[in-house]
Design a protein around this ligand. Sequence first.
Ligand code: AMP
Ligand code: TRP
Length: 334
Amino acid sequence: MKHIVSGIQPTGSINIGTYLGSIQNFVKLQDAYPDHHFLIFIADLHAITVSQKPEELRKTIKELAAIYIACGLDPNRVSLFIQSEVPAHAQMNYLLQTHTYMGELERMTQFKEKARKQEQGVSSALFTYPSLMAADILLYDAEYVPVGDDQRQHLELTRDIAARINNRFGEFFTVPKPLIPKVGARIMSLTDPNVKMSKSDPNIKSRIHLLDDDALIKKRIRSAVTDSEASIYYDKDNKPGLANLLHIYSAFSGKSIESIEKDYENAQSYQTFKEDLGELIVHKLAPIKARYKELINSKELNQILDEGRAYASKHATKKTLKLQRKLGLGRARR
Ligand code: AMP
Ligand code: TRP
């Protein structure tokens, strides 16, 4: 069975950036790749590379699981599981570290950014984060890895590690390809369109969470930073705030940016456009919120996670043992 693999860290509430850049894309891919089985996981081992409060982390893990299903992942097509429940991820991470160079890890821009933000020292796990990510992917011989634009560099490193091991031992790993959505790949902050919308941004007004109530969603759009020209066309360099709102509009509606520009070509202000966008987001998130409420404390959700873990464990354990054998670990097989 051919695999598509991806994960999201359970840190903070899911916002529309993560939804449009990642989850919505997974949902669409289910139809686009009918021959593939999906492994989608909650990357809790990645989350603890920076300090987390245990109770909060546990709550977020469950929330994220419910959100995935509420957003439309089909448990028949997708094995949804929690990364730490499949110990082979940590084992494979260690094995891959023996084939990952310090220099490669030092070049990772996400590491540099996150390291700068740490107040109590930088954990060595944050540094080796990319090899854990490579493990997540290579364990399942993923053919494709759907991610946002910011993960491109980690995917390149994963490919390099896979190629390095294949060079040594013959075709052992499938070398994965990234699938980066054209629309929604980089949703920017509503308060500063020069930085990406992020769950770690201290300014809560910078983002919309999937579970925010309707009035708040509209308010956030109304107060989103734009410019004073008040005419609606796409110009990323000179009108980055509006360009971001056009991206969000396009991703939620499925319309092209050109056709949205046309709809508003006679607008004298941003007001109607912003009201419509607020309505559109509220409308699109309503069914997700409703399904989430059904799922969050249900047996169904636990069952989905159990089945996901069983499928993932079977593949991951086998692949890890195989690599251990290639590397000469343990005893010879009798
Ligand atoms: P994170 O929420 O940082 O764990 O990221 C989960 C996935 O969502 C990754 O594939 C990211 O690339 C994607 N993602 C996160 N934030 C954004 C954003 N503002 N715009 C587009 N994609 C995003
Ligand atoms: N590093 C990714 C992020 O921050 C999350 C992630 C962890 C991931 N392991 C992965 C994504 C494997 C794709 C495949 O967004």
